[in-house]
Design a protein around this ligand. Structure first.
Ligand SMILES: [Zn+2]
Length: 217
């Protein structure tokens, strides 16, 4: 017997398209970059995710593919699931996330390179940190791990799984010179995390450029 779906398929598809347009408008998912997913069912596992190679500014419901935990399409829609589907599956499983969003913003790309030698980016002391799930004070210290980019997705998925285990409190991770992954219990929560984290990364990046608060570990 199937367990209840996490969210309705129609709601997930509509919201994923809306999120794509909003992230594109903010410059966080230009061109075909980025990918977005929502968990529809955990047993059996079913994910709604953006198709590979589609422009995020003009996402259409036909661009959302339903797939299993191996990243294989299980629907009749044309196209293939995002090449990074395995990373979404790992995050959804390890964090019990209901949604996973991946952006390619300028600031996440810059800081993913600048912070790579230290293994991550530390952000603390900002009021906006309270937008992250479970954070109640600006005194929180958020550690965002950085992983080397890799085109071998099974290998990268294993490294992501290890990173999530090593940093159980982190709300996101960065892929070097690539972009950011974050997640949430729902698409609403995950989109809020994108907005909060993109704000924080841009803020510490700009602050560092003018000699302000350091983001370094
Ligand atoms: Zn990407």
């Amino acid at each position: 017997m199937m367990t209840p779906t996490t969210m309705s398929s129609h709601e997930a598809v509509t919201t994923l398209c809306d999120i794509g347009r909003r992230c594109y408008a903010r410059g966080w998912a230009l061109g075909t970059s980025g990918n977005f997913s929502a968990v529809l069912s955990r047993d059996p596992f079913e994910l709604a995710i953006t198709a590979s190679g589609v422009a995020k500014g003009t996402l259409h419901p036909s661009h959302i593919i339903h797939c299993d935990d191996q990243g294989h399409s299980i629907c009749d829609a044309p196209g293939t699931p995002s090449a990074e589907t395995l990373l979404h599956v790992i995050v959804a499983r390890k964090r019990q996330a209901g949604a996973v969003l991946h952006t390619h913003s300028v600031w996440s790309t810059i800081l993913s390179d600048a912070g790579a030698a230290g293994g991550g980016v530390a952000i603390e002391g900002y009021e906006m940190l309270k937008g992250l799930a479970g954070v109640t004070t600006h005194e929180h210290r958020e550690w965002i791990p950085i992983l080397e980019n890799d085109q071998d997705m099974p290998r990268l998925a294993r490294r992501v799984a290890q990173t999530l285990s090593d940093h159980p409190s982190s709300h996101a991770f960065l892929l070097r010179r690539h972009g950011m992954y974050t997640w949430g219990d729902s698409l609403v929560d995950a989109e809020r995390h994108v907005e909060i984290l993109e704000f924080l990364l841009e803020t510490v990046g700009r602050a560092s450029a003018v000699g302000g608060t350091s983001w370094r570990f």
